[in-house]
Design a protein around this ligand. Sequence first.
Ligand code: ADP
Ligand code: NA
Length: 330
Amino acid sequence: ASRPRVLSGIQPTADSYHLGNFLGAVRNWVTMQDTHDAFYMVVDLHAITGGHEPKALRERTRVSLAQLLAVGLDPQRSTIFVQSHVPEHAQLAWILSCLTGFGEASRMVQFKDKSAKQGADRSSVGLFTYPILQAADILLYQADEVPVGEDQRQHMELTRDLAGRFNGLFGQTFTLPRPYIVKETAKILDLQDPTSKMSKSSSSPAGLIELLEEPPRSAKKVKSAVTDTGREIIYDPVEKPGVSNLLTIFSALSGRPVPALVEAYEGKGYGDLKKDLAEVVVEFVTPIQRETKRFLDDPAELDKMLAIGAAKAREVASATLASVYDRVGF
Ligand code: ADP
Ligand code: NA
């Protein structure tokens, strides 16, 4: 039997991905290469909904790809590409947007949240229709599974609704994707505010560990992470979110189970834990930085890889779009 097809995307990020992106998402992408027919993309079309600077976007897209390759995405085993290199995404999005009710789109809570922050009048129509482009991203590849976090569930439902609607109106065309709930996804918290998640947009620099920052800087952030009252190193996310977060990160990066860590640190202090975790973080990011640099230092090779990825992606995307156009009456 063939492997289920999975599709996932990540926005190109300014400067660097952070530990949360890696442990919460990209690490699973790496493992799914062994079990799935995987399509992974850097979603630059999605990155322009709120205004952007062209030169910075181009740079961010390349640095993002280099990081994804550096952590183990393998173009031999998966299809790795840039969204804008495959024009079918935008083409299918238009057709799907004509099948989406205005009220239906208006119920997307992520738009409500994001536009509330920017001021609804200043939000772009692109931000509003973003979930429809996401649906196109998925349906173009006939993905069986899409890894989703809680915040993406509603968009996933919209994708399934649109696929079912199109199939009903025009004949069986799209696979209805299943949400793929990853069992062991670590949620990484802000080192300075362990009640909220580590996030590029909301964490302070000291709360965020970036894959590409100077390793001594990361070490310092770990050592000055907010911990909790008391002295015991135990895993208790409610009473001790700071220490628990450090244990989560430690476990995820070292492969040692949390209970084993708790046992190993019995009778020791927060300082010991932080010192060791700082070392683990440095050992983790150092080779990633070396590999990222290697990919960025060879732009021709990166371009070649991207062209191959885009060609592989387009093979599937263009076949889907051709049948969509035919069914729609174009
Ligand atoms: P950010 O919040 O930094 O802007 P994104 O929202 O762009 O990050 O997230 C990109 C991917 O990384 C998503 O799949 C998201 O679930 C995952 N992710 C982001 N932050 C974390 C975190 N702190 N812990 C676990 N996963 C995370
Ligand atoms: Na975010």
